[in-house]
Ligand binder design. Structure first.
Ligand SMILES: Nc1nc2c(ncn2[C@@H]2O[C@H](COP(=O)(O)OP(=O)(O)O)[C@@H](O)[C@H]2O)c(=O)[nH]1
Ligand SMILES: [Mg+2]
Length: 247
């Protein structure tokens, strides 16, 4: 269950009887107290599993990076290019999250990298338990890099720690410059912001200064890199960012 929107990716906890204390029922048949208690419990359980993932990754000196964006921002395209261009230098494997289909995992495998697809059904984000399952299947080698493509969604994935070392948010210029102001949680959680599809800047209205201002209001000092996953402009800086984090 998603603690933000209540979508049922997986219900992992039943509320206990004592959660009913201090409840006041609303016309729509649930209480806010109970909802908050359940949300906190879901997130606490996730955080505990995320810590296990972090330990597992650290023991194997594996760098795991969680890529988050709205659908279509260019996550898979950037992963494809990254693997093609860095594949001889880094051992990369990929965990793909989508509600349905294995399309993105197929795209990644076509580059030669191992990939596992996780389908979340009605769920809107990956969680730590899903990543643990993905890591078991992939069995990434020591000293390698695991790139995690989260479910396309600028809201819920921000809440769920996977045990990754770094979080990257990708926004594309076709989405509008105000997105960091509208979805500040996602930007607040980011270690790096990538502004993708800069090749389209001549064709869309996008105020880069406004975007940068919004990103920095959400997350002062956050690094922002501008690139195009299709033309390759600016990707060298992204590769540099990855290289300095290698185990
Ligand atoms: N013009 C342009 N199109 C891009 C760029 N990156 C991705 N796309 C296109 O955007 C669409 C969605 O890309 P995809 O990688 O599947 O996005 P995802 O849903 O975030 O994985 C595809 O048609 C890509 O070709 C880019 O830098 N420039
Ligand atoms: Mg994708």
């Amino acid at each position: 269950m998603c603690a933000t929107c209540g979508c049922s990716g997986e219900t992992i906890l039943e509320p206990h009887e004592h959660d009913h204390e201090h409840q006041h029922e609303h016309g729509h048949g649930h209480s806010h107290t109970r909802t908050v208690t359940l949300e906190q419990a879901v997130l606490a359980r996730n955080d505990a599993l995320a810590e296990l993932n972090r330990k597992w990754l650290a023991e194997r000196s594996i760098l795991a990076v969680n890529l988050m964006s709205s659908p279509g921002a260019g996550k898979t395209t950037l992963l494809e290019r990254t693997i093609r261009e860095l594949g001889s230098e880094l051992r990369v494997s990929v965990v793909e999250g989508d509600q349905e289909t294995v399309l993105d995992a197929d795209r990644i495998r076509a580059t030669g990298a191992p990939a596992v697809q996780i389908n979340t059904g009605s769920g809107c984000h990956l969680d730590a338990k899903m990543l643990a399952g993905g890591l078991q299947t992939l069995d990434p080698p020591e000293g390698s890099v695991v790139l995690i493509e989260n479910v396309g969604n600028l809201v819920c994935p921000a809440l769920f720690d996977l045990g990754e070392q770094a979080r990257v948010v990708i926004t594309s210029v076709t989405e509008g410059a105000e997105k960091p102001r509208k979805y500040p949680q996602m930007f607040r959680a980011a270690d790096l912001v990538l502004l993708n599809k800069i090749d389209l800047l001549p064709y869309v209205r996008f105020d880069i200064e406004d975007f940068l201002d919004g990103a920095r209001r959400a997350n002062p000092g956050v690094e922002v890199l501008q690139l195009s996953a299709t033309t390759g402009d600016g990707v060298a800086d992204w590769y540099g960012w990855l290289r300095v984090r290698l185990p």
